[in-house]
Design a protein around this ligand. Sequence first.
Ligand code: ADP
Ligand code: MG
Ligand code: ZN
Length: 735
Amino acid sequence: MIAVDISLQEYLQKFFGFDSFKGQQEAIINNVLQGKDTFVIMPTGGGKSLCYQLPALISEGTAIIVSPLIALMKNQVDALRSFSTKEQEGIAHFLNSSLTKAEIANVKKDIVEGKTKLLYVAPESLTKEDNIEFLTDIKISFFAIDEAHCISEWGHDFRPEYRRLRPIIEKIGTVPIIALTATATPKVQQDIQKNLGMAKAAVYKSSFNRPNLYYEVRPKQNVMKEIIKYVKSQHGKSGIIYCLSRKKVEELAETLQVNGIKALPYHAGLDAVTRANTQDKFLMEEIDVIVATIAFGMGIDKPDVRFVIHHDIPKSLEGYYQETGRAGRDGGEGNCVTFYSYDDIQKLEKFMKGKPVAEQEIGKQLLLETVSYAESSACRRKQLLHYFGETYKQDSCASCDNCLHPKQKVEGMDDVAMAIETVIEIKEKFKARHVVNVLMGTMTSAVKSYKHHELELFGKGVEDEKTEKYWNAVVRQAVISGFLSKDIENYGLLKASKEGKAFLDKPYSIMITKDHDYENMNGDDDDVITGGQKGGTGADETLFAMLKELCKQTSVKMKLPPYVIFQEVSLEEMAIQYPINMEELMHITGVGAGKAQKFGKPFVELIKKYVADNDIERPMDMVVKSVVNKSQLKVYLIQNIDRKLSLEDLADAKGLTLSDIISEIESIVSSGTRVNIGYYIDEVIDEEKQGEVYDYFKEAQTDSVAEAIKELGEDTYTEEEVRLMRIKFISEFGN
Ligand code: ADP
Ligand code: MG
Ligand code: ZN
């Protein structure tokens, strides 16, 4: 190591432009500079990178930084170069599979010439023989292992290549190691130190408490609607929503968009340019919400993210902590809301099935921790910190749902014992559902064929308040407490563990949580309430008549047919939902922003007065516009009509008939979106004919195509021509 002739503080200022060190940075850097092994556990955003970047810049030789993600490497190298002059560009490089041969040669040249202070490598590249050979010959200052939790199978992001680092480092030469991670349970911490052979390293562990974050878990019911409501309540603040699958990301982003929320999707299926643009828009606050898959959402770095929503439960608490950690990085407000359903847990368990048994075993355990966290009624902050080996001493954090709304607990000793007994009684060969059936005395074919109704325990669990739901919870809590184990390999058969048997021998008081009623909840989003499906039922007839009358008056005044103002389905829905402002009006099927602005004012005024005069209790729930599966086609059409492509070509491209395409456009237009197909009409219908049809629709009292053809003359106009003109007409006047 070279002598530090100016103070670290000055280097900090010189290289990074910062005035002071954050947290334990200075102590960590000093330790590295003294050539000692260092282990840093610091939450995301704590400033880990600087702990190896600064010493690398002022040490002799090149520091090797092992980092798992190519994208992260590139970001870091770009950031470092931004502090340097053109000649100094070689100061930081990365070596991974994305480079060409020529680029690799250039990197090596800079290293040999001593220009390069930091070399980022992916673990795969580090294990390559010729790279090892090359590195053996150069002067290395130290190794930094970023995201070191990847070493441990018990971490949430295990990478087998990470386990091979130590022997390679030894081959290359004995140099100090600094390992860094944002999450490490005591078990993971131990694994890392053992595997990297740095048991004696100085450990710098920051507290994991994020006092400014509020934690909440909600049942996953009507989740789309709940999310929309939540985001709207945040009034344009920045937020991230995590989903498990790309498909869900796309779907949710689109649903948010049609409900007037500025949101964009973000996942691995999008190209790098699109992703970068989305990030920029988020940073510049052109959009409020990023909907991301977990893998990719990690790169999103905005200090004032005010809420993080988990649409799906994370696979581990480490993941949960990292993802929620994106909120409130500036120390300001950060709300973390997770939607939980046991169905999701079962889905995740199913996904694991193809994996090696050992991996499944671990995955299962990590998942159980998450379940336990979600369902427990204890302080969430306390649970999280406990999980990371920290003790939170206060009784209440006053900033989680469980502290703000304490849940009821009941004595569960006898019931837990009964559940364990049942499992043993039925020879540990059945799943939770069957165990509950036996306890509840439910006669199923399985019960019959195994003669379980003859057991003494059959129906023993039936008591006033003890429903099937209750017993499901008891069984699950017995699993979470380790009394029962679930054999995923064997379709989730329940077995009694050693602890379970010990508990039976000597039962003790065990409080079980009166559940949040999470289980058996339909986790899917298909229960979104869509507008326009009410089919006339439930509408306020008096109001409906008044709205219809108003529509007619408006139509006379504006010299437009009434259906162009608002279609009947829209009026009907208004008479169900009672929208009293523009915002609410826009949620009515067939009413877009344009329509609302153009015609909406007298309508909401009428409804508002009507509601007040008649003391109407409006439905509290808003109507959420859904993007049904057809939406992909709709989006495709809207985009390509903008590009003025011929409708025939679009039909061909999608393997549909022109009539199908026209139907789809009709549905787009009738829901209030403006679509300009004039360019196409000009091509296929001559001007004079266009004028005639147009004039007809201006006068017509109905938008029926059959009527129109009858009036205009069957021989002169085809159905398609009339439909195209009707689209143009409605789009121009109505939307
Ligand atoms: P981590 O890797 O721990 O998640 P980073 O190294 O990415 O965190 O740093 C997070 C942010 O903190 C970065 O924007 C970085 O520039 C900033 N940062 C790091 N150290 C300091 C410091 N001493 N003063 C001000 N900002 C800092
Ligand atoms: Mg980092
Ligand atoms: Zn709490």
